[in-house]
Design a protein around this ligand. Structure first.
Ligand SMILES: Cc1cc2nc3c(=O)[nH]c(=O)nc-3n(C[C@H](O)[C@H](O)[C@H](O)COP(=O)(O)O)c2cc1C
Length: 331
């Protein structure tokens, strides 16, 4: 029984922090170990984690650590506080097993979120990836400054970073991944990391890609990322495509869940093949339309090092992490 699916999506979303706190109090337990591995000195007890956007401010890190996640990606965090986009910003379609959103990076801002991560990391070894994005008022030619500021702010507490230039809900954001812009955008980030590394241990930086890119664009982005010594990729963000949907979501905004599955898998195939001999050194996180335990295992077989979910948490519930662990150990 999933009573939250009877509620309007926005109300269910607003009640979810409280419900998750209660759920995790009752169902708390140690992180299940399955297919554990270590990469770049980060230890993952298992391969299934929480996708960006669920816990934008790192308010619920304790919840995730109690319900079986192998790691958590918080954010997208922006440098300064910002409100969500106006109007209706989310919807769901049970018939399509899909969510629609145009949230636009609502964030408490870096200072607040920093303390949530810092406090959590003082008492937990669960890996925390910080997903970073620009404020909507920041012009694209200055966007790198927002990302550098976020890198500097979180460097002492994050296990790794995810650079989000693939959300469809911040005007012009995806242009930063265009061939003409990407190198210019990435260079200052990697320079900032080199400077931070002089005093602190190196933190991996991953790039999150859009599922709406052509294969050649994906390959170009990978090449530019490798030249800039990025450490991996998160594949993928939500899609602008409405192909095959039963529910007529608005044309703007991103769709996630089952309808995204094919595009997310295709991106994983293209990136794995294109990385070739570099693949073993890089981290690939697959996300998008992972709705069952078998989907999780399939992504790992296809070459993903880690897998994340957002929409499955809504349609399958918070027990999904332990269900996957149980099925892996029963295999
Ligand atoms: C309501 C909602 C909000 C999201 N917010 C973010 C975000 O802030 N940053 C981000 O990188 N991805 C965000 N995403 C995208 C997810 O991280 C993920 O890439 C996408 O939903 C595909 O995974 P899924 O099919 O398991 O949901 C959001 C997705 C949803 C549904």
């Amino acid at each position: 029984m999933k009573p939250w699916l009877w509620l309007p999506p926005q109300l269910a979303h607003d009640l979810s922090p409280l419900a998750l706190q209660l759920y995790s109090l009752i169902n708390r337990g140690p992180t299940p170990a399955w297919n554990s591995f270590a990469w770049n000195k980060i230890v993952f007890e298992n391969r299934l984690g929480l996708a960006g956007g669920v816990d934008k401010n790192g308010d619920l890190l304790n919840v995730w650590s109690h319900i079986g996640c192998g790691f958590v990606e918080i954010g997208t965090v922006t440098p300064d506080y910002q409100k969500p986009n106006p109007g209706k910003i989310m919807d769901r379609s049970t018939a399509d097993e899909a969510l629609w959103n145009k949230m636009g990076f609502p964030s408490l801002g870096a200072s607040e979120v920093f303390y949530n991560v810092k406090n959590f990391k003082q008492q937990s070894s669960l890996p925390v990836f910080v997903n970073i994005g620009k404020n909507r008022v920041t012009e694209n030619d200055k966007a790198h400054l927002d990302y550098v500021a976020l890198l500097q702010r979180f460097y002492s507490v994050a296990d790794a970073f995810v650079v989000n230039i693939s959300s469809p809900n911040t005007f012009g954001l995806r242009e930063l991944a265009q061939p003409a812009n990407l190198n210019k955008f990435l260079k200052p980030l990697l320079k900032a990391r080199t400077e931070l590394n002089e005093e602190q241990a190196e933190k991996p930086i991953l790039l999150k890609l859009s599922p709406d890119l052509e294969s050649d664009d994906i390959k170009r982005i990978i090449d530019t990322s490798l030249e800039n010594k990025l450490d991996g990729f998160v594949l993928t963000n939500t899609t602008l495509s409405r192909d095959g949907l039963k529910k007529p979501f608005p044309p703007e905004g991103g769709v996630s869940g089952k309808p995204l599955q094919a595009a997310s898998k295709k991106a994983l195939q293209i990136v794995s093949a294109h990385l070739n001999s570099e693949k073993s050194k890089k981290l690939i996180i697959s996300v998008g339309g992972v709705m069952t335990a078998d989907d999780v295992f399939e992504r790992i077989e296809m070459g993903a090092d880690l897998v994340e979910i957002y929409t499955a948490l809504i349609f399958k519930g918070p027990n999904f992490f332990r269900e996957v662990a149980g099925q892996f150990n029963g295999k």
